[in-house]
Design a protein around this ligand. Structure first.
Ligand code: HEM
Length: 466
């Protein structure tokens, strides 16, 4: 148990240097297996994915997801399958134009905010966290619910702390009564706060549906509206049918828990990727120059960047890939075994918690040359691994059944935000700081954001109006 503080992406990567690409830890009663090589990741995410596709859930996670009524922590099975279908086909799909539009609008707003602060130091970390929060909040609850956002952010922050808090009862169940940090009370309070907040929003949405007899204008619908189309007083039901409308009916708990998945899945992940990309480019001035020169050549400084430009922005895309390789926003993928298994000749017992170290795999010297250096040009070469999920050397979005369903939306927000920030402004470090002095440490939690926020001074670069 004294090794608990080593269960981070960095701690486990260090242990893997000593013990190999797969090793076992026993924490209290819990079997844990750490995976840090591309080949073992392939074993569990592709070859034996039928055994390795459950999720582990701590006491806090089970409680805060209404007993795993969501998708991200549901075990693999018919309920998860239909929930996933619902998310992929409805909530995150390209057809859900409102989510994509809210990305464009909110990125525009952010650019205007930066334009109003040119010449002064801007906290890029806070700026992009606000950006992704605004995007997801608006996509989930609609544009008219803005005033509750601060309250909601504090609920999310308490959830996040509780998800990460060490609870001895997760490892030694008969010690549940000990609870020295008062976690059980905090859990109850946090879920009550969420209930009060989202119940009100759900009620307002139900009222709106009733008033319009279900005939909502598509452009006005948000994720709560989309989920309410599957709502039933009769409780949660799952049918194995292809027709989505008949495949699943949702309870209020399901709706609340999915909304929290979207909030956690879509805010800090995207925000940390944008901030890391900007920080790596500030540190590597040559790459910053190349990416900005490409923007000047392809787009020109007399107009704003448009969506159709992206396919020609090869170097910019390489910098984003390189950022995701060095800083995968979710550094440890958490899975659980549904039955006994064997991996690379080792026995993995049923119910083991499997931690796939995407961070260590992206920096493995057997797969990458000079693995710890930021070198976007490596992605210009033929045959270099891609992150779509079939190259296990590079898995920032996971791979296989449990891989990220929000990848397209996340990448879109990442490209748009970094593209606009680089095209519209030049950036300098404050107080004469040299690029080599930038702190590049991270902190470990559900995601691995920068330890210190990136602060930089923007100057307007384009000659058109912003
Ligand atoms: C740069 C952005 C993002 C990155 C790097 C990322 C990465 C990931 C990773 C690594 C996983 C776990 C994969 C596994 O266990 O094998 C995941 C799962 C998930 N992500 Fe993302 N994600 C991003 C954006 C988003 C967005 C924008 C959303 C939603 C709007 C989202 C929603 C989810 C959900 C719901 C899951 C759980 C899926 C399941 O368990 O079946 N993600 N993501």
């Amino acid at each position: 148990m004294s090794m608990m503080d080593q269960l981070t992406h960095r701690g486990l990567a260090a242990l893997s240097k000593q013990y190999g690409g797969i090793f076992h830890l026993k924490m209290g009663y819990l079997h844990m297996v750490a995976i840090s090589s591309a080949e073992t990741a392939r074993q569990v995410l592709q070859i034996q994915d039928n055994i390795f596709s459950n999720r582990p859930a701590t006491i806090a996670i089970s409680y805060l997801t209404y007993d795993r009524a969501d998708m991200a922590f549901a075990n693999y099975g018919p309920f998860w399958r239909q929930m996933r279908k619902l998310c992929v086909m409805k909530l995150f799909s390209r057809k859900r134009a409102e989510s994509w539009e809210s990305v464009r609008d909110e990125v525009d707003k952010t650019v205007r905010t930066v334009a109003s602060c040119t010449g002064t130091a801007v906290n890029v970390g806070e700026l992009v966290f606000k950006l992704t929060m605004d995007i997801i909040y608006r996509a989930a609850f609609g544009a008219s619910n803005k005033e509750g956002q601060d309250e909601f952010i504090s609920i999310l922050q308490e959830f996040s702390k509780l998800f990460g808090a060490f609870n001895i009862a997760d490892f030694i169940p008969w010690l549940t009564w000990v609870d020295p940090q008062g976690l059980n009370d905090r859990l109850k309070k946090a879920r009550k706060a969420l209930d009060a907040f989202i119940d009100k929003i759900i009620d307002e949405h139900i009222e709106k549906r009733e008033k319009r007899r279900g005939a909502l204008d598509e452009a006005e619908t948000d994720m709560v509206d989309d989920l309410l189309a599957f709502y039933s007083d009769e409780g949660n039901k799952v049918n194995e049918t292809e027709d989505l409308q008949n495949a699943i009916s949702l309870t209020r708990d399901n709706i609340k828990a999915i909304i929290m998945d979207v909030m956690f899945g879509g805010t800090e992940t995207v925000a940390s990727a944008i901030e890391w990309a900007m920080a790596e480019l500030m540190k590597s001035q040559d790459d910053l120059k190349k990416a900005q020169q490409e923007l000047a050549d392809v787009v020109g400084l007399d107009r704003r960047l448009e969506e159709s430009d992206f396919e020609k922005l090869t170097y910019l895309r390489c910098t984003l890939k390189e950022t995701l390789r060095l800083h995968p926003p979710i550094p440890l993928l958490l899975h659980e075994t549904a039955e006994d298994a064997a991996v690379s000749g080792y026995h993995v017992p049923k119910g083991s918690r499997v931690m796939i170290n995407a961070w260590a795999i992206g920096r493995d010297k057997n797969s990458w040359t000079d693995p710890d250096s930021f070198k976007p040009a490596r992605f210009l070469r033929d045959g270099v691994p891609d992150f779509k999920g079939s190259n296990f050397e590079f898995i920032p979005f996971g791979s296989g059944r449990r891989s990220c369903p929000g990848m397209q939306l996340g990448l879109y927000a990442l490209e748009l935000a970094v593209g606009h920030l680089l095209h519209c402004f030049t950036w300098e470090l404050p107080d004469g700081m040299k690029p080599s002095e930038l702190d590049m440490n991270d902190v470990f939690g559900l995601t691995a954001p920068r330890a210190t926020r990136l602060i930089a001074i923007p100057t307007k670069r384009v000659v058109c109006t912003i």
